[in-house]
Design a protein around this ligand. Structure first.
Ligand SMILES: Nc1ncnc2c1ncn2[C@@H]1O[C@H](COP(=O)(O)OP(=O)(O)O)[C@@H](O)[C@H]1O
Ligand SMILES: [Mg+2]
Length: 310
């Protein structure tokens, strides 16, 4: 069996080196006896596929990607282009979309994650400079109805929230206040602009344990989360969330493990938060392990060693 190599984004300023954000991982990988190759993400996102992968040796075999998030459509294009060179990403395009986008993983994790509904929005095009139109009042009212009609909620797209603009573009105090739902969603869509992924998601707000009590910046009331890295259904790294790297959390994985296995994606992360009333762990979000950020200062050697042994 061939040993997988790891594909990192190239440094836009020096295409022969990994992007500075991934230099430490690339060094650690080398120390573990692993190999890396480089992809030009600017070229990928511009649709220049041949250019994007020109430094990946033909016939190099199995590959994991470790890098910045890319939209699912671009990952699909990357997987196809690499396949044509005899280099195969170990996470398929379908597997990437499943773990990366909430509607992909939600069905499997329903009951273990806050109840959620979503409204797809048209794919932004270059012509739609300034982004996509927000869902209209009737669509929002129907979505609110499906989510129970009242109570606090969170807005995000299929991949990311605007958690740093908590009050204006993330948190909805009461779903029954439809004009307020419309305002927060419209602001979220406006701020996401052309980067809005997939559609608008509404999730029921749940009280999680928080560090240091009430507010952070801008009224944020964010949970303390653990990020668990899973490879082939086993947790290979359990650490803090990158947003609070110094805050250790020890989640109980009993309930999550079978769900990760049911999802069937080889390399994923789950962000877990403890309920404020101490009644157990909730899955805040699932991610593709290839594009999940590592918390600063964590020892990733076990994770990387597992990847190249997979
Ligand atoms: N349903 C929810 N209930 C309570 N807090 C939530 C909920 N969803 C998200 N949050 C809070 O908002 C933050 C951002 O949400 P998340 O889904 O993780 O989006 P992002 O991809 O932007 O990190 C979370 O870290 C958590 O603190
Ligand atoms: Mg998150």
């Amino acid at each position: 069996m061939r040993v997988p190599a790891v594909l990192f984004p190239a440094d836009p300023l020096n295409p022969l080196r990994p992007d500075p954000h991934f230099v430490r991982e690339a060094r650690l990988l080398r120390e573990l006896g692993g190999k890396h190759h480089l992809v030009d993400l600017d070229a990928l996102l511009a649709g220049n596929l041949g250019e994007a992968v020109r430094r990946v040796p033909r016939g190099c075999g199995p590959l994991w990607y470790r890098g910045w998030m890319v939209p699912s459509a671009h990952y699909t294009a990357l997987a196809r282009e690499l396949g044509g060179r005899g280099a195969n990403l170990l996470t398929s395009a379908a597997g990437y979309a499943m773990a990366h986008e909430l509607p992909g993983w939600y069905g499997v994790f329903e009951g273990a994650t806050p109840p959620s509904v979503w409204i797809p929005v048209p794919v932004p095009t270059a012509a739609a400079a300034g982004g996509v139109p927000a869902p209209g009042p009737a669509e929002l009212a129907a979505a609110v109805e499906r989510l129970g009609g009242s109570g606090p909620a969170i807005v995000k797209d299929y991949v990311k929230s605007r958690k740093h603009e908590w009050d204006e573009a993330c948190y909805i105090p009461d779903l029954a206040d439809l004009p307020a739902v419309g305002r927060v969603v419209a602001r979220f869509v406006e701020l996401q602009g052309e980067f809005l992924a997939g559609g608008v998601v509404l999730r029921r707000y749940e009280e999680f344990e928080r560090a240091g009590g009430a507010g952070g910046d801008n009224g944020e009331r964010r949970a303390v989360e653990a990020r668990v890295w899973w490879l082939d259904g086993e947790p290979v790294l359990v650490g803090p969330h990158p947003d609070a790297p110094d805050h250790p959390v020890e989640p109980d994985l009993t309930g999550v493990r079978p769900l990760v296995r049911a999802l069937g994606c080889r390399f994923v992360t789950t962000d877990l938060a403890g309920r404020a009333d101490g009644s157990g762990w909730r899955v805040v979000e699932v991610g593709d392990g290839q594009v999940s950020d590592l918390p600063r200062g964590i020892d990733a050697s076990g994770l990387l060693a597992s990847l190249i042994a997979a």
